[in-house]
Design a protein around this ligand. Structure first.
Ligand code: FMN
Length: 216
């Protein structure tokens, strides 16, 4: 309807299992609070990927996917398995805006976030491929904010280029499924510099995140 104001849904996806001890969640919480202060009518929906039930993305589910997508015969249990995947994709795509909190694990991302990505990154749902046009993301016109935390300090761009598979991967993946407006902050080092440095870095990252939230 003309002039109608639509409330936006911000999907906040946490990938640290450390609950209130998590630095990435703390910074993302600061972002979400600042966001809601600006837009009190909007909705923030929080998902913690270590609490959410995620189906294994295994051979059975992949067979179900191919059988269903290629219009081939499939069993009831295959249809059920694929419906669970579709439900998770639908929940992901139902948001207008996204907030991710992502600790660095072994230079990359926590395995539950990778599992979630393997579930939601599906042809015809979040991207398409056409022989003449190549790949095209389908999650478009939606901003994303990503909070990174790292035990070490990779703020030197040369070092980051050599070892980072956390931020570079998130940027690659989000870009692949259609995101063009990706903002981020990184708190580092949260371990290597000792607790005092960590608390300064986390506080600085909270302030940066709050500033980004004002115009998100
Ligand atoms: C399993 C695991 C692997 C980690 N791997 C790395 C790593 O490769 N590089 C690094 O700098 N920090 C690493 N860390 C430290 C975390 O990135 C750091 O403590 C981060 O602040 C954790 O965020 P969180 O408090 O939100 O969970 C690792 C921590 C865990 C638990």
């Amino acid at each position: 309807m003309k002039g109608e104001f639509k409330m936006a849904k911000l999907l906040y996806i946490q990938s640290s299992p450390r609950k209130e001890r998590s630095s990435s969640n703390k910074i993302a919480d600061a972002f979400a609070d600042a966001y809601l202060k600006q837009k009190p009518k909007d909705e923030v929906v929080r998902i913690n990927l270590f609490e959410k039930v995620l189906p294994p993305f295994d051979g059975f589910t992949i067979n179900a996917k191919y059988n269903i997508m290629h219009g081939q015969k499939h069993s009831k249990s295959e249809a059920d398995a694929w419906a669970i995947v579709e439900g998770i994709i639908e929940e992901f795509k139902s948001a207008d805006k996204y907030l991710f909190s992502v600790p660095m694990w072994n230079f990359g991302i926590p395995y539950r976030l990778k599992q979630y990505i393997d579930i939601i990154t599906q042809p015809t749902y979040t991207f398409t491929f056409e022989q003449d046009k190549g790949y095209k993301g389908l999650v478009v016109n939606k901003p994303a904010m990503v909070v990174f935390s790292r035990g070490g300090d990779y703020s030197n761009p040369e070092i980051e280029k050599q070892v980072d598979h956390q931020k570079s991967y998130m940027n690659l993946l989000l870009g692949f499924i259609g995101f063009t407006d990706i903002k981020s902050v990184a708190a580092q080092p949260t371990l290597a510099g000792g607790p005092e440095t960590a608390s300064v870095k986390i506080k600085q990252a909270c302030e940066q995140a709050e500033n980004i939230a004002k115009n998100f």
